[in-house]
Ligand binder design. Structure first.
Ligand SMILES: O=C(O)CC1=CCC(=O)O1
Length: 95
């Protein structure tokens, strides 16, 4: 199943820079691993915000929740999930 996931990051302003840098480095490594596995096929920065719009490809809601809850930045994110299905006018739906 495909999901649009909207993640807004709110790191506490008083978090020490080295702790924030460590979480961001672990977040990046985890994100790259999921992209290589095909579970996170798109990630786009929302211009001007500490926010991304991503597409996840997960087996079901439970797997998506597991993937998202393991994000190192998860405790500092507001996440909105929108499940997607094929649009009837999609070229992929024509065959
Ligand atoms: O920077 C973000 O939007 C949060 C994030 C998700 C994956 C990553 O590497 O950073």
């Amino acid at each position: 199943m495909l999901y649009m996931v909207d993640m807004t990051v709110n790191l506490p302003h008083d978090m020490p820079a080295d702790r924030a840098d460590d979480i961001k480095a672990r977040e990046k490594a985890y994100a790259l691993d999921l992209q290589r596995q095909g579970k996170w096929p798109h990630i786009w920065r929302v211009v001007g915000e500490y926010r991304n719009i991503s597409i996840f490809d997960a087996a079901d809601h439970s797997e998506l929740h597991q993937l998202l809850s393991q994000l190192p930045l998860f405790p500092y994110m507001v996440i909105k999930v929108t499940p997607l299905c094929q649009h009837p006018s999609s070229l992929q739906a024509q065959s």
